[in-house]
Design a protein around this ligand. Structure first.
Ligand code: ADP
Ligand code: MG
Length: 245
């Protein structure tokens, strides 16, 4: 069957074959398969279906129709308040479905760990793009609710020097935590900093160890960008923390 490569991946070679997507298998494949089956069995449509492995040892996932927001320029509706609220509610839904399950391994929930517009499928609803599903689950693991919500704040609000209006971004951060109904708010901003720190150090150490995809990210300046974003959040920590309490 014909294979076409899918744009927007930053790490893996992902191809489309008919109604399916093929991704390289990883050490996380079994976990991800179990997770996606659990979500499907719950009737949740916010993740691709897991369809097993193909003859080449790749993961086979159901293709989700819609718009994946991986390009830097996006229609305004991708980042509207309504879309942010929908993202937060979708995260709440899959967290609640995994809470208390064996996959959560005694932690609060299963976290996606890479939530961002690049890993979100949007569909038109009333003429506006709205989030309907998340893709790229290969970093999913047991964790705390605040881990994913901190990542959502960082990625969907683009926290960093490109933000021109801090009060506005603080309001939108509050909108995310309120829509999720997050109780664990005290450590939200420190968790954003933890993610940013972990992200650039991870890229750097894996690039040093010879990982080609990570070396590409480092060469594209991503380590520097994330360090700058970290410093930006650190410098505005007080105002951001107060906005979500
Ligand atoms: N289940 C899916 N349905 C539709 N498109 C998908 C799906 N999985 C991946 N894609 C497309 O492939 C691209 C790369 O996939 P992704 O899982 O994000 O890879 P990477 O790990 O490299 O970021 C996405 O930007 C999206 O366009
Ligand atoms: Mg991705």
């Amino acid at each position: 069957m014909h294979e076409s490569s899918l744009p927007g991946g930053f790490v893996n070679a992902v191809v489309r074959v008919g109604d399916t997507v093929r991704r390289p298998a990883s050490t996380r494949t079994t976990f991800v398969g179990d997770l996606l089956r659990l979500l499907e069995a719950s009737g949740w449509s916010g993740a691709p279906r897991y369809l097993g492995m193909d003859d080449e040892g790749r993961e086979v996932l159901g293709h989700l129709d819609g718009h994946v927001a991986w390009e830097p320029q996006q229609p305004a509706s991708v980042s509207s308040d309504e879309s942010l609220v929908t993202v937060a509610r979708l995260v709440r839904e899959f967290h609640d479905l995994t809470a208390g399950s064996p996959l959560a391994g005694g932690r609060e929930v299963v976290c996606h760990n890479d939530l961002s517009p690049k890993n979100t499928v949007y569909q038109l609803s009333g003429g506006e793009l709205r989030p309907t599903a998340f893709i790229d689950w290969d970093l999913a693991a047991p964790g705390a609710r605040v881990h994913d919500i901190a990542h959502v704040c960082w990625q969907y609000l683009g926290l960093g020097p490109s933000v021109t209006d801090v009060a506005e971004v603080a309001r939108r951060m509050r909108l995310i935590v309120d829509s999720y109904e997050l109780t664990d708010r005290q450590r939200l901003v420190s968790t954003i900093l933890w993610w940013q720190d972990r992200c650039w150090r991870g890229i750097e150490s894996q690039a040093d160890a010879g990982d080609v995809a990570m070396a590409r990210l480092r060469d594209a300046g991503v380590v520097r960008q994330v360090q700058t974003a970290y410093q930006w959040v650190l410098d505005r920590r007080g105002v951001l923390e107060r906005s979500v309490q």
